[in-house]
Design a protein around this ligand. Structure first.
Ligand code: ZN
Length: 161
């Protein structure tokens, strides 16, 4: 069986890297929900969830190349400290968004702060990591007309607005 497009799919997950470190989990929080067929989660993960039945559990392994890509050294750059607002106290791990010349939003992370320069990293935080999702499919339901119009799920685990 497979899930049709435009269903609100709710699942619980724990995400680990291949060394077993927990990177993210819905445990102790709301399960995650998304609108199917819209590319709102990793395609490979959605494919595997499509094959599950409600209430079942599965371990889904996704190689870095099928997840957030290989880590790209070229995506690490050095910029002048003056590129940042003077009153911002820069710390490694801080996230910012730059605008590309085409107006595209490009999130990056500060990886190193030096006296006059700052090393910034445009890699996704999960780039280069092979991922393991422990998934439990909780629910599949019809979207409300409002959810369909917005193109995302609402309520617990979905968009809050
Ligand atoms: Zn909405």
């Amino acid at each position: 069986m497979s899930i049709e497009q435009n269903k609100v799919v709710t699942f619980e997950y724990t995400l680990k890297d291949d060394a077993g470190n927990i990177l993210d989990t819905t445990e102790g929080a709301s399960p995650f929900s998304f609108l199917s067929g819209k590319g709102q989660i990793l395609p490979k993960l959605e494919d595997e969830i499509n094959k599950m039945i409600i209430g079942s559990k599965k371990q889904v392994k996704i190689a870095a190349t099928d997840a957030y890509g290989e880590y790209n050294e070229q995506a690490v750059q050095q910029v002048d400290r003056s590129s940042f607002p003077a009153d911002t106290e820069l710390q490694p791990g801080m996230q910012f968004v730059a605008n590309s010349p085409e107006g595209k939003q490009m999130p990056f992370i500060v990886s190193e702060v030096m006296d006059n320069n700052v090393k910034i990293d445009f890699n996704h935080p999960l780039a280069g990591k092979n991922l393991e999702f422990d998934v439990k499919l909780v629910d599949i339901r019809e979207p409300t007309p409002e959810e369909l119009a917005h193109g995302h799920s609402h309520g617990k685990g979905g968009h809050q607005h």
